[in-house]
Ligand binder design. Structure first.
Ligand code: NAD
Length: 279
């Protein structure tokens, strides 16, 4: 049976380390500050924002909340971003996605100064990641790497297969694994023989958004299986992209949902905020 990678415990360790770092920054006169912008009343977004603010409080980061109505114009949101960009006492800016239809998300993300882009979505940070320069890495991919590292998984020379090619998960995970000298394959909805590709993986990362998509038969015995999926089932329960019961029997290591990648995302957001404030 696979060893279960406890993302909750690892995220807790990271947040404890960050608390110490925040204390040090405060003692030197810097209060790490994250501005969190929420536009409209999407209930899922409201929960994410609440969790992020709670994590800030836990680590000692000051969070500033901007809750704007659903009919906010693009111009006024851009104006707020500009104001936050120029404020010396704001180190990180997070605009919760998705934004209402009248607002061009790309435009807003590109307006955030790359040095304050703690979500790592600005093309400058995305580009820096792909050419191996320092910059902010988006939080879920960074969290996946941290999970692998802290679990002691060897990546150098290993075959890593990622299912999903989104800009916020699949592609940046691939870049990070490449940086660790893994041999990386990205699969997606047009991939021929997806099970065959998956079965070659020493590390299999599922970021598809389909409940229980990865079956036991997709997994090479002993492989590390990382489940990024967060899917809400009809009965209200959360479920990953990996058929946990089946894969638990085949894999060497596996992340549960919830309690795997999810908690790491927020921990890495906190890490990015502390880094932004340290500069
Ligand atoms: P997305 O919808 O943007 O991308 C899904 C990817 O899966 C696409 O690239 C697509 O090509 C691929 N895909 C779809 N159907 C496929 C199929 N039949 N075969 C092979 N590939 C297929 O999703 P995303 O934003 O990357 O998120 C993926 C999952 O991860 C979702 O469940 C999401 O909720 C979750 N997620 C979790 C966190 C976290 O903090 N843990 C963060 C972001 C996303």
């Amino acid at each position: 049976q696979a060893k279960i990678i406890d993302g909750k415990a690892i995220a807790r360790d990271i947040k404890e380390e960050l608390r110490v770092e925040v204390e040090r920054l405060k003692a030197n006169g810097t209060v790490p500050t994250l501005a969190v912008v929420l536009v409209g009343g999407d209930p899922a977004s409201a929960v994410y924002v609440k969790n992020k603010k709670a994590a800030c409080a836990h680590v000692g980061i000051r969070s500033l909340s901007y809750e704007l109505p659903a009919d906010t114009t693009e111009a006024s949101l851009l104006e707020l971003v500009e104001e936050l960009n120029s404020r010396q006492d704001v180190h990180g800016i997070l605009v919760q996605l998705p934004l209402p239809v009248q607002i061009d998300e790309d435009k807003v993300l590109m307006a955030i100064r790359p040095e304050k882009d703690v979500d790592g979505f600005h093309p400058m940070n995305v580009g820096n990641l792909s050419i191996g320069r320092p910059g902010f890495v988006s939080c879920t991919p960074a969290g996946i790497l941290e999970l692998l590292k802290r679990t002691g998984i060897q990546l150098k020379g290993k075959k890593c297969v990622i299912v999903g090619r989104s800009n916020i998960v699949g592609k940046p995970v691939a870049m990070l694994l490449l940086r660790e000298h893994a041999t990386v394959t990205i699969c997606h909805s047009r991939t021929e023989d997806l099970p065959g590709e998956c079965r070659q993986a020493d590390v299999l990362v599922a970021a598809v958004g389909i409940p229980n998509f990865i079956k036991g038969s997709h997994v090479k015995p002993g492989a590390v299986v990382i489940d990024v999926g967060i899917n809400r089932l009809a009965d209200g329960k959360l479920c990953g992209d990996v058929d946990y019961v089946e894969c638990l029997e085949v894999a060497g290591h596996i992340t549960p949902v919830p309690g795997g990648v999810g908690p790491m995302t927020i921990a890495m957001l906190m890490k990015n905020c502390v880094e932004a404030a340290s500069k």
